[in-house]
Design a protein around this ligand. Structure first.
Ligand SMILES: [Zn+2]
Length: 454
């Protein structure tokens, strides 16, 4: 298949008259922007690479907006978590699939073309020690397949309630695995891999995974020569940092760097509370900071030290995490605005090489997100998946804009959804703003909401 892009964003630059040759399996076989294109489907609207969403807990979509009433004097992450546990303990695999399908459809419509699902809602019924539970992971895969979004599924190891509480709380029961059942699940998921679906691993957090289990897991990956993404929640709240510092004598990120070989496979999700040393160390490592600005704002977590981090050439990507917002534009906008609010300055996310904030943010979040997902999706180039968006060039916010200004306008000019068409792996899944299976997915989601509200 050949697609002609009138104007588009290639890695680090804009171009015109680009011809993509896409293989039947959905890969960009050739990209030609030098000669006059001769054939193919013409996309007149500005085209850009789809955004990887590097952090998602799909089931949390149903509680968006449900935790915004004050419950006690000082609500915080931990009081929100109690509401989250309530939903986590009620959702069935069938309901999870309906929720995830609606969520992934919303992601596609807003410009995310792939997602890393940080999956810890493992058990549908009673846990069977030593045996894997696959029903909920199967539900996530089914939702990705029916919507067409690219998926990196990260089964999360979750074992303890806190740094000094080895026994999980009863309400954490659905999250718990022993090493045997965890690796059995991991192997089964690896057997499901294809062009659109990849498997990685997540450690829920340092408070939920004992150090020796973390090391044991990494040793198994090394012994088996498995090179897959590894994600972890880290330094999200001050309480977590204080407890870790008190009990392990090191803050969480410092503990990680002093005890584990952190390399390109790793994505450190949140990393909100960092010392100067940790900012520098994280930026100089080959890993990705997984930033979720709307969730971090919603939970009152804090603000990532983004300006210092990008000045030290740190890699980053974005995630919608708890899904109180499902839109890469809003994540990137808040990433920039957080820095403006604390520095009293403007246009923080830019470098000498790329002075346009929108272009800097989109390009870098695409490449960092691709690395975190472990998939070949870092922009429009040969060998990568054909994952792209076309923006609505006729919309008043984009009308008659020149290519160099498109990403600035896309991210910083308003709240209408400007994404018109979306292609994932060479297939158009969103056409004129609608998903190809929109009505069916929405009907199942509504049914699920009614069930959960009963
Ligand atoms: Zn998370």
């Amino acid at each position: 298949m050949k697609v002609l892009l009138d104007t588009c964003r290639l890695p680090g630059r804009n171009s015109e008259n680009v011809q993509l040759t896409i293989s039947p399996s959905g890969e960009i076989e050739a990209l030609d922007d030098r000669e006059s294109p001769a054939e193919g489907t013409l996309i007149e609207d500005y085209a850009l690479p789809g955004m990887p969403n590097l952090h998602s807990h799909a089931f949390q979509r149903v509680m968006a907006g449900q935790a915004e009433s004050a419950m006690k004097n000082k609500d915080d992450f931990w009081s929100w978590r109690e509401i989250m546990y309530d939903y986590a303990n009620r959702v069935t695999p069938e309901q999870l699939q309906a929720i995830a399908a609606q969520l992934y459809m919303e992601m596609l419509k807003s410009g995310y073309t792939s997602v890393a699902e940080f999956h810890y809602l493992h058990h549908a019924g009673r846990r069977r020690p030593g045996l894997p539970s696959t029903e909920t992971a199967d539900a996530i895969i089914a939702a990705a397949e029916e919507t067409g979004i690219g998926l990196t599924l990260l089964p999360a190891l979750y074992m303890t309630a806190d740094f000094d509480k080895p026994e999980p709380a009863p309400r954490q029961g659905r999250f718990i695995n022993d090493m045997e059942s965890f690796f059995s699940l991991f192997e089964r998921l690896r057997n499901r891999e294809n062009d659109n679906i990849k498997t990685g691993i997540a450690f829920h957090s340092l408070r939920a995974v004992p150090a020796r289990r973390l090391r044991e897991t990494l040793k198994i990956l090394a012994d088996e020569r498995i090179d897959c993404p590894i994600h972890i929640h880290i330094a999200e709240t001050l309480k977590e940092v204080e407890t870790c510092t008190r009990l392990k004598r090191l803050s969480p990120v410092k503990w990680l760097f002093e005890n584990i070989d952190i390399d390109h496979r790793w994505c450190l999700v949140h990393a909100t509370h960092l010392t100067d040393w940790e900012v520098e160390k994280l930026a100089k490592s080959d890993c990705v900071a997984g930033l979720c600005p709307t969730t971090e704002a919603n939970l009152g977590d804090g603000i990532f030290r983004f300006e210092e981090y990008i000045n030290a050439n740190g890699k980053f990507g974005i995630g919608s995490d708890s899904h109180i917002s499902v839109n890469p534009v809003e994540e990137l906008r808040w990433l920039e605005y957080g820095q403006r609010l604390i520095s009293n300055r403007r246009n923080i996310s830019a470098t000498a090489g790329e002075r346009r904030v929108g272009s800097f943010l989109w390009d870098n979040a695409v490449s960092g997100g691709a690395q975190a997902l472990g998939r070949n999706i870092d922009g429009l180039k040969p060998g990568n998946r054909a994952d792209l968006l076309a923006l609505d060039g006729d919309h008043p916010l984009l009308y008659d804009k020149q290519a160099p200004d498109m990403l600035n306008s896309f991210i910083f000019s308003g709240n209408d959804n400007l994404v018109k068409h979306v292609m994932v792996g060479g297939k158009w899944v969103i056409k004129d703003g609608a998903h190809i299976h929109e009505e069916e997915i929405l009907a199942r989601f509504k049914k699920t909401i009614r069930e959960l509200n009963q």
